[in-house]
Design a protein around this ligand. Structure first.
Ligand code: HPA
Length: 282
């Protein structure tokens, strides 16, 4: 798979993407409106849209009606390139963690060194407002699974990608996170930081669970990101994480029942600003 991405870069004559951005739920429209903005299109030229289904070993995601794609852009002046991944695979689709993380480990093994993982998440504290963002400074993986379970992953030559017992004491890179924070603040977003709790889903939490997680001092809950972060740390690339608070956890706030549309609608509202912040980081 590492050679697949490399040969795609060669085919379209771009350098290895400097950044890889993973966009969570609700960003499908934001990428289309970004492309229409002169401030973006004057600088960034779209070189390729690569669907997950075209990548050996990957499959389309069943979420949201689009199967997941990588968008490659090249900076007209500097010739730097970036990859914006719209959509991701999730464990709750019934997929194995090893497959889920391939969406990002393939690009990492092909040379990209900086990854920013975004997601939509439920806030576990009423201090967070809907539409605000939380920089992930650590995570708790309560999915019950780990992408490194089983034989230690190796590259095509059989060399181990990373240590068998991986240290996760700084899974989220401080420098990259600080840069992301500055970029988000410039977009006038409310920015907090905290601990992301990864659960398997697909159910939202019960009010009792939300109360418990809040007591544990966790700050946002979602159904993605932790596996990708683990697998990328194993390869030794830099990771930052950004949660868009699309709702407050069940039982908090106005107490309304949660549904996926609520998550998508809230994401859509802030997605554009978050996307701008990502691009301005480069
Ligand atoms: N819980 C879990 N995952 C989520 C939530 C939530 O409240 N909101 C968005 N993704």
């Amino acid at each position: 798979m590492d050679t697949f991405f490399k040969s795609e870069y060669k085919k379209i004559n771009i350098s290895v993407p400097e950044f890889h951005f993973v966009l969570g739920s609700g960003y499908g429209d934001a990428i289309n409106s970004l492309k229409k903005e002169n401030s973006f299109s004057d600088v960034w030229k779209e070189k390729l849209v690569l669907d997950f289904s075209k990548v050996p070993g990957l499959c389309a995601t069943s979420v949201e009606g689009h199967g997941g794609s990588y968008y490659y852009f090249e900076n007209c002046k500097t010739k730097t390139s970036i990859c914006i991944q719209v959509g991701r695979l999730h464990g709750y689709e019934g997929l194995d963690p090893k497959l889920v993380v391939k969406t990002v480990t393939g690009p990492a093994m092909s040379g990209t060194k900086k990854f920013i993982l975004t997601n939509a998440a439920g806030g576990l504290t009423e201090k967070f407002s809907v539409g605000s963002v939380m920089l992930i400074n650590d995570h708790v993986n309560l999915t019950g699974k780990n992408p490194l379970y089983g034989p230690n992953p190796v590259d095509k030559n059989g060399t181990e990608l990373g240590p068998r017992f991986l240290d996760l004491s700084s899974a989220y890179d401080k420098d990259l996170t600080k840069k992301m924070k500055d970029s988000l603040l410039k977009e006038n977003l409310e920015v907090n930081s905290g601990i992301y709790l990864g659960l398997s889903g697909p159910t939202f939490e019960t009010p009792a669970e939300v109360k418990l997680f809040a007591l544990w001092n966790l700050h946002a809950v979602g159904m993605s990101t932790v596996w990708e972060s683990i697998a990328l740390n194993h390869i030794g690339v830099k990771v930052a994480g950004v949660s868009l608070i699309s709702n407050l956890g069940c039982g908090l706030g106005d107490g309304k029942a949660l549904d996926h549309n609520m998550v998508i609608e809230a994401s859509k509202k802030s997605a554009h600003k978050i996307l701008n912040a990502l691009v301005n980081l480069v």
